[in-house]
Write a protein of this length. Structure first.
Length: 267
């Protein structure tokens, strides 16, 4: 059983939703990434999604695009991201880490080499935004063989055939994009999310996390009532943009408020 599966099962037994924060590795600079990861855990993170900087982050809104740009100014590559995860693992052996990014850097390294290096560093799952299940048969097979959970995105417009394909390939959890558009969008309709999740669960047996449009404790609390996990990204990256002074504590405080609100949702 992977770390992701173990955490998700423990939370389900406690009737709690997982809190999955996202930050971009190397933003605002690689020297603080590990500190920020530990701050997220201290704030209540159950899983960390760590963005791999990419020059053309087409699924991301302006906030996370700028995060990639800042990280790339520090020449943060996929190999550097793996080094940061390994540093995080020196003091945290339990919190699952998922790399979220695009196919190009992984394909450039090679699926097998990447998978081996990722597992050695302490990575638990991989979400390649631009690799739909139809194109992920080979990579998913390689990842699973090495103990990595391949994680896929589903959207409000995803057809049933692709939902079924994801159900066959995915492990760990599935990431449901709650809004049409890019990261950082607004106007989340929780009732609509709940209705869609009910449909998806007819085909998907593993946990489903919800992201895009979750910006505060109130929204996270509402989503936690219907989802197995809550993913928060752009709101945290906005904190990074405010500057390094007190950044780790700001992230910890914000996330702890979200965690408290989520826990109260199911009491």
């Amino acid at each position: 059983m992977s770390r992701i599966q173990s955490v998700m099962q423990q939370l389900a037994a406690q009737n709690r939703s997982a809190l999955i924060p996202f930050i971009t590795a190397g933003d605002p600079n690689p020297e603080v990434t590990v500190e920020l990861m530990h701050a997220l855990v201290d704030g209540g993170a159950d899983v960390i999604e760590l963005g791999v900087p990419f020059s053309d982050p087409m699924a991301d809104g302006p906030v996370i695009q700028r995060a990639s740009e800042r990280a790339l100014l520090h020449k943060v590559s996929l190999r550097r991201v793996l080094e940061l995860v390994a540093q995080f693992r020196q003091n945290n052996a339990m919190t699952p880490v998922v790399l979220m990014g695009y196919a190009n850097p992984v394909e450039a390294m090679g699926y097998d080499l990447f998978a081996r290096a990722a597992v050695a560093a302490g990575v638990d799952g991989v979400l390649t935004v631009d690799m739909p299940p139809e194109e992920a048969l080979e990579s998913a097979k390689v990842f699973k063989a090495q103990g990595l959970d391949p994680i896929f995105l589903l959207a409000p417009t995803t057809p049933e055939s692709r939902v079924k394909a994801v159900a066959e390939l995915a492990s760990g959890y599935v990431y449901y994009v709650s809004l049409k558009g890019v990261t950082g969008s607004a106007n989340l309709d929780v009732a609509d999310v709940a209705a869609k999740l009910a449909i998806l669960k007819q085909f998907i047996s593993i946990p489903i996390g919800v992201g895009f449009g979750i910006r505060d404790a109130q929204t996270a609390q509402a989503v936690a009532q219907v989802a197995d996990a809550v993913v928060i990204g752009s709101r945290l990256v906005q904190e990074v943009e405010l500057g390094e002074v007190g950044l780790a504590e700001r992230l910890r405080t914000f996330l702890s408020e979200v965690r408290s609100a989520m826990d109260s949702a199911r009491r």
